[in-house]
Design a binder for this molecule. Structure first.
Ligand code: MLT
Length: 243
């Protein structure tokens, strides 16, 4: 296995696709997606465009789906919810289909939708992701951060480091796909005992704090509180993978 870390979809090599793509948007899209699926959502479909999301979801019976929309950390008015994992309680989401659009996470999902395996990683479930990849042994693995509008995000790269540290043997240079892998592991080891402190320092964490969303940061920083994750079962559609 060769593991590569990319901080943003924009930094991935053109015309290349990995065997296994792990999409990471810790604050908050993949934390929200993993939480919703773990709480009984039937499927999650991601859209980069709000109008397309609303047009497709409106074809379904109104009580069968929910729409989640975020731009700049704030709720999109025409959607049922913003992008807080705390809104995705079992009582609210069980047995529904979820349609989601966010500033960056949905773009990362679309960048790697052609991968034969696409799963959603976050701090809340990274051990389940590591165990799955260790068993599957894909040739090439991308740990893909979502970043913020093309820029680096601490929270996504520290999560990439958490996953990489479970997969990469630094004495085996064949497993290291790029320098970002080593850097992400170092970031993880520096902050693994204070992830909330790192999230509160991060630029997107600061953006969410200004929106009084510290409870979201707390939840998103809790390691391995669930042992499931989302897996793409048809292009653009994620369903629950239980380990
Ligand atoms: C993103 O897509 O950048 C994030 O999910 C934004 C957020 O939920 O605050």
């Amino acid at each position: 296995m060769k593991i590569s870390v990319y901080h943003t979809p924009e930094s991935t090599p053109d015309n290349d696709i990995p065997d296994c793509a792990i999409v990471i948007d810790v604050l908050r899209a993949t934390t929200t997606i993993n939480t919703a699926l773990n709480n009984g959502v039937k499927s999650v479909k991601a859209f980069s465009d709000v109008d397309l999301l609303l047009a497709e979801s409106s074809l379904l019976p109104r009580d069968s789906y929910l729409t989640l929309g975020e731009r700049g950390g704030k709720k999109v008015d025409r959607c049922d919810f913003g992008n807080s994992p705390l809104d995705c309680t079992r009582e609210t989401v069980a047995n529904k289909q979820l349609f989601i659009t966010t500033t960056n996470g949905t773009r990362a999902l679309q960048r790697v939708k052609e991968a034969s395996t696409l799963i959603t990683g976050a701090i809340i479930n990274y051990s389940a992701v590591v165990n799955y990849v260790k068993t599957a042994q894909p040739e090439t693995v991308w740990l893909l951060g979502s970043g913020w509008e093309g820029g680096y995000s601490l929270e996504d790269t520290v999560c990439a480091g958490a996953i990489a540290s479970g997969l990469v043997d630094l004495s085996d240079t064949e497993s290291i796909g790029n320098d970002e892998v080593v850097a992400s592991i170092a970031l993880y080891h520096q902050w693994k005992d204070n992830l909330l402190g790192l999230f509160r320092l991060s630029s997107h964490g600061q953006r969410l704090l200004k929106l009084n969303l510290d409870d979201d940061l707390k939840y998103c920083s809790e390691p391995n509180i669930i042992s499931t994750f989302g897996i793409q079962t048809e292009k653009g559609v994620l369903t629950l993978h239980t380990t």
